[in-house]
Design a protein around this ligand. Structure first.
Ligand code: NI
Ligand code: MN
Length: 231
């Protein structure tokens, strides 16, 4: 059994038989997250899609507390490693995967940027932004990260994705219409919208998106923070 819990914005918790994975753990400063870091289960692996603050979030704190590894693109991993010598990073690049007993985590293409603002207030560019494909137990989960729509998303059809997490907020990622194009390309069994309504700049009518999705014969599933899908 795999339990997939939405934590608000782009944060997703995946609990499988032998690994607990936390994606984009922007929690304490996330207006959608309800609770504290103590409300999380024990985490084995943290995955960061890219360096933006609304994705890196509390990754270091959670990694330290749980002795969890952090998986991300090499430039982001190197930057964070310099500042946090006690945390174990696994650096991948697009197309590369990390393997564990019941599956793997693969960094996928995303059309987006990746940077962090340093202590001097200067943005540091940190390689490519990524999406994430997880095979775990018998489930396939795709988290698009922050991305625009690109037609190669249709290659994911071969993966027979059970649940796809797609941004719909517009402004910084694809919006409602492109998210439906993405859903049509991927053909996941379920699509959960992410990266919307956290801030004014990404306000969306999620029910309108869901209606368009149904018209397009796709299966939308809106999750409130802490709601879950069990596969
Ligand atoms: Ni971003
Ligand atoms: Mn973002």
């Amino acid at each position: 059994m795999t339990k997939i819990t939405f934590l608000g914005h782009s944060a997703v918790l995946v609990e499988g038989t032998d690994q607990t994975i936390l994606l984009d753990p922007f929690l304490l400063n996330n207006p959608q997250y309800i609770g504290t870091l103590e409300d999380l289960p024990e985490i084995d692996i943290i995955v960061l899609t890219h360096g933006h603050e609304d994705h890196v979030g509390d990754a270091i704190k959670i990694a330290e507390k749980n002795n969890a590894i952090i998986i991300c693109v090499v430039e982001l991993a190197n930057y964070l490693q310099q500042k946090n010598e006690n945390v174990k990073f696994v650096s991948l690049n697009i197309g590369g995967a990390y393997y564990f007993p019941s599956g793997d985590i693969k960094m996928m293409r995303a059309d987006h940027s990746s940077s962090l603002v340093n202590e001097q207030g200067i943005p540091i560019y940190l390689g490519l932004a990524a999406g994430v494909l997880i095979h775990m137990d018998d489930c396939v989960i795709y988290h698009a990260g922050d991305t625009a729509y690109f037609t190669d998303m249709q290659l994911l059809r071969e993966e027979k994705v059970d649940v796809a997490f797609l941004p719909i907020g517009d402004t910084y990622t694809m919006g409602v219409v492109d998210a439906i194009r993405a859903a049509n390309s991927i053909k996941a069994k379920k699509v959960v919208p992410i990266h919307y309504n956290t801030f004014t700049a990404i306000e969306q009518d999620v029910h309108l998106w869901a209606n368009y999705m149904i018209e397009a014969k796709q299966n939308p599933e809106i999750l409130e923070p802490w709601e879950m899908i069990i596969l």
